[in-house]
Ligand binder design. Structure first.
Ligand code: FCB
Length: 439
C-alpha cells in the first residue's frame, strides 16, 4: 500500500521569468531580472529570459502537457511587472487577464492552480527606489498581492507569498549572483527583513479574501562533517543562517540568535512590531529541497572559515549533493514547529541530458533522483509529518537564472530553436508513478 494518502497532491512547478518570455508585450513592465540578464557578464551564457519557453504564447499547449502528465496541480508564479508595471499604482489589465485565462484553463482541465506571488521578478521601478533595501517595497508587495487575489481569489484557494527569500536577499543583495546584483552582508540582511515584512503584510490581506496562504522556503540539510561537537555547532550555525533565518521569524521565534551574533547584525532596520507582522499565522508552508551540505568547523579544519567540504558523493549537474534522506529531518522540523500542511513546492535535478536525433532524452538519472526523493517523503509521512503534496521542479527545461539555459531541470525537454516541448523518459515515469500510487 502506498504511504501517500488519497488526497496527496502531485504536481509540477515553474516560475514566470524562467518560462514566460514576452517581456515587452501587452504592457508588461521591466523587472530586475530583465535588467540583470541584459547586463553583460551577469549570466554565465550571456542569455536572457526575453523569449524563455515562450509560455506566454504557448500556455494552452503547456496546460495540455501538464494535463497529459496526469498531475493534480500546477505551481507557477505571477510576474509582478506584468500585473503592475510600476510596482505600485495602476494595474495592467492585460497582464491580469493572462493569469485569469491560465487559471481558467487549468481548472477546465481539472488541474488545481498553486500560484506564488513573488518568484524574484521585482518591477525595476521599485529597484530604482532601493528595491528590497527600501521598506516601502514591503507595503507595495502587500498591495500588489491584494490586487491579484481580488481578481483570482474566487477560483484559487491556496497561495504562496514569496519563493525562497534567502535567494532573493542573499544571492541578490549580498552575493551579487542574482538580480539586482548588489553585494554586502548588511544589504542582504536588510533585504531579507523587508522580504519577510512583505510576506507578513500580505498574509492577512490574502486570508481576508477567503484564501489560504503560506511561504516557500528553501532549506538544505546541514550535515556535520564528523561527530565532533565543533562540526555539529558549525552545521547548526549554517542552518540558522540559511533555512532558519526565514523559518524562525515566520514561525514567531524571531531571528536565530547565534546567527545574528555571527553576522554582527545590528538589527537597525527591525522596527517595533515587525516581528509580530512577520509571524502572522499561515495556513501551509512550502519546502524547496535540493541537497545537503556537509559542514566542517574552522576550529578543526585549519581553514579560516566554516566551509562546505566536498565529500565523495553523488552530484547533480548543479554540483549539488544528492541526498534524499536529508529531506526527512527537515520535514520533521516543520512538523515540530507546528505545521500540519506541508508541501514540497520544489524538488528535482539538472543532469547533462543527451537527446537522440528526435530530441528524446532517456534521463534515468533524473528518474532515480525522483524515485528516491518520493521514498524519503513517504518515510516522513510514515513518521507523522503532514506532507500534503509534491511539486517536481520542473515541468520543462527553462531559464536557470545565472546559468541561462545551460542547466536543464525539465520533465520535458525544450528545444530552444523550435521551442518544441519533448517529454523525457522521466515525464512518462512520473505519469506512471502517479497512476500507480493513486490506484
Ligand atoms: C530554486 C528556484 C527555482 C529553480 C530551482 C532549480 O532555487 O526556486 O526557480 O531555479 O532552484
Amino acid at each position: 500500500m502506498s504511504a501517500f494518502p488519497d488526497d496527496f497532491v502531485w504536481g509540477v512547478a515553474t516560475a514566470s521569468y524562467q518560462i514566460e518570455g514576452a517581456v515587452d508585450e501587452d504592457g508588461r513592465g521591466e523587472s530586475i531580472w530583465d535588467r540583470f540578464s541584459q547586463t553583460p557578464g551577469k549570466i554565465l551564457t550571456g542569455e536572457t529570459g526575453d523569449v524563455a519557453c515562450d509560455h506566454y504564447h504557448r500556455w494552452r499547449e503547456d496546460i495540455e502537457l501538464i494535463n497529459e502528465l496526469g498531475v493534480d496541480a500546477y505551481r507557477f508564479s505571477i510576474a509582478w511587472p506584468r500585473v503592475m508595471p510600476d510596482g505600485v499604482g495602476e494595474l495592467n489589465q492585460a497582464g491580469l487577464d493572462f493569469y485569469d485565462r491560465l487559471v481558467d484553463g487549468l481548472l477546465d482541465a481539472g488541474i488545481t492552480p498553486y500560484p506564488t506571488l513573488y518568484h524574484w521578478d521585482l518591477p525595476q521601478p521599485l529597484e530604482e527606489e532601493g528595491g528590497w533595501l527600501n521598506r516601502n517595497t514591503a507595503e507595495a508587495f502587500a498591495d500588489y498581492s491584494q490586487a491579484v487575489v481580488d481578481r483570482l481569489g474566487d477560483r484559487v484557494e491556496r497561495w504562496m507569498t514569496l519563493n525562497e527569500p534567502w535567494c532573493s536577499a542573499l544571492l541578490g543583495y549580498s552575493a551579487g549572483h542574482h538580480a539586482p546584483g548588489l553585494t554586502g552582508t548588511e544589504n542582504g540582511l536588510t533585504a531579507a527583513h523587508h522580504l519577510l515584512l512583505a510576506h507578513g503584510l500580505a498574509v492577512p490581506r490574502i486570508q481576508d479574501a477567503g484564501c489560504d496562504v503560506g511561504i516557500v522556503l528553501n532549506m538544505d540539510f546541514m550535515q556535520p562533517a564528523s561527530a565532533h561537537p565543533a562540526d555539529h555547532a558549525a552545521a547548526d550555525l549554517e542552518d540558522e543562517k540559511f533555512g532558519r533565518w526565514f523559518l524562525d521569524p515566520v514561525s514567531g521565534r524571531g531571528y536565530p540568535e547565534e546567527a545574528v551574533a555571527d553576522y554582527g547584525w545590528d538589527m537597525a532596520v527591525v522596527r517595533e512590531g515587525d516581528l509580530d507582522v512577520i509571524a502572522a499565522p499561515i495556513d501551509h508552508v512550502g519546502l524547496n529541497y535540493y541537497a545537503i551540505r556537509i559542514i566542517r568547523s574552522d576550529l578543526i579544519s585549519e581553514t579560516e572559515r566554516t566551509e562546505v567540504v566536498p565529500a565523495p558523493a553523488e552530484y547533480t549537474e548543479m554540483g549539488w549533493v544528492v541526498a534524499p534522506q536529508g529531506i526527512v529531518p527537515l520535514l520533521e522540523r516543520l512538523r515540530d514547529y507546528g505545521y500540519e500542511q506541508i508541501y514540497i513546492t520544489e524538488s528535482g535535478a539538472a543532469y547533462p541530458d543527451e537527446p537522440d536525433e528526435r530530441g528524446y532524452v532517456d534521463d534515468q538519472a533524473r528518474i532515480s533522483y525522483l524515485d528516491r526523493h518520493f521514498d524519503a517523503v513517504a518515510e516522513a509521512i510514515d513518521r507523522g509529518v503532514g506532507v500534503k503534496g509534491y511539486f517536481v521542479w520542473s515541468l520543462m527545461d527553462n531559464f536557470e537564472w545565472g546559468f541561462g539555459y545551460s542547466k536543464r531541470f525539465g520533465l520535458a525537454r525544450v528545444d530552444y530553436e523550435t521551442l518544441e516541448r519533448i517529454p523525457k523518459a522521466s515525464y512518462g515515469w512520473y505519469r506512471d508513478y502517479i497512476r500507480s500510487v493513486q490506484r
